[in-house]
Design a protein around this ligand. Structure first.
Ligand code: SAH
Length: 244
């Protein structure tokens, strides 16, 4: 069933407008009486029936609140070192499917790409759209937020996750599994992943002073896009969120 996020609080009668309404009218060609799922911005998911359609707006009547949540109990923030071109789009789409809560694109010393000012803002808007369509497709109850491009200092100053880890390619003492298993009661985790060029020592120090624990993801060096998605999947698995 199609799912639409409505940026308004839940009410019995609601309106879907903008791109979604156009999509319902011109592409899906839905008619009154057909059912959709809606998610309001206060987090209510409901089964609704279309009562009216027009190119610019669809009116729906909510029939039943669906209590079932699709969200992981553990909130995961993925701070991903900026990677080239479409790889970032791919990471965002897949991370949202898997269940990430928030993604922070990290500008790092060894990032090959740099986005400043207007370019960064445009990229974020594009990434937010990718997150929204991935959230719809994977039946999330929230649209994960794509934060502004930030440096590691800002990330560490603002992040309030109770557990913080940084995947560090030169770490050979602590593995991800070990660190997660000693933190199974945590409700929020920050995962920091470096860019193609890796993490600098200065960045590692900043992450450490902000409370992040360096972890290894195994004996092979993964590409940045593999590392982020692998770490995210492993965290979800460890917290019984991948079919556990
Ligand atoms: N250019 C670097 C590798 C960068 S890999 C080199 O050749 O050493 C990109 C990022 O993925 C790393 O900064 C790290 O965050 C993560 N990563 C990749 N493989 C990893 C591993 N085996 N253990 C921990 N982190 C890893």
């Amino acid at each position: 069933m199609h799912r639409f996020f409505i940026p308004r609080p839940y009410a019995e009668n609601m309106m879907i407008d903008g791109i979604d309404a156009r999509h319902i009218y011109t592409v899906l060609k839905m008619k009154p009486g057909e059912k959709v799922q809606i998610v309001s911005d206060d987090g209510v998911t409901a089964l609704a029936e279309i009562t009216e359609t027009a190119p610019g707006q669809t009116l729906v009547k909510c029939l039943e609140v669906i209590a079932e949540s699709h969200e992981p109990a553990v909130k995961i923030t993925l701070a991903q070192g900026l990677v080239k071109g479409e790889k970032m789009d791919f990471i965002i789409q897949k991370a949202v499917e898997l269940g990430v809560s928030r993604i922070v694109p990290l500008a790092m010393e060894h990032s090959v790409v740099r986005y400043d000012g207007e370019k960064a803002a445009k990229k974020c808007q594009r990434w937010q759209k990718i997150a929204e369509s991935a959230a719809k497709q994977s039946k999330r109850d929230i649209i994960p937020q794509i934060a502004e491009v930030a440096a590691i200092d800002k990330l560490m100053a603002e992040c309030d996750c109770t557990t913080k880890i940084i995947a560090y390619e030169c770490e050979d003492r602590q593995g991800l599994k070990q660190v997660l298993q000693s933190n199974l009661k945590t409700d929020s985790i920050l995962i920091i992943i470096g860019p193609e060029g890796g993490i600098s020592e200065a960045e590692l120090d900043k992450a450490r002073s902000g409370g992040a624990v360096p972890v290894s993801l195994g004996r092979r060096i993964l590409r940045a896009e593999t590392a982020g998605l692998t770490a995210l999947s492993a965290v979800l698995y460890e917290f019984d969120e991948l079919g556990g």
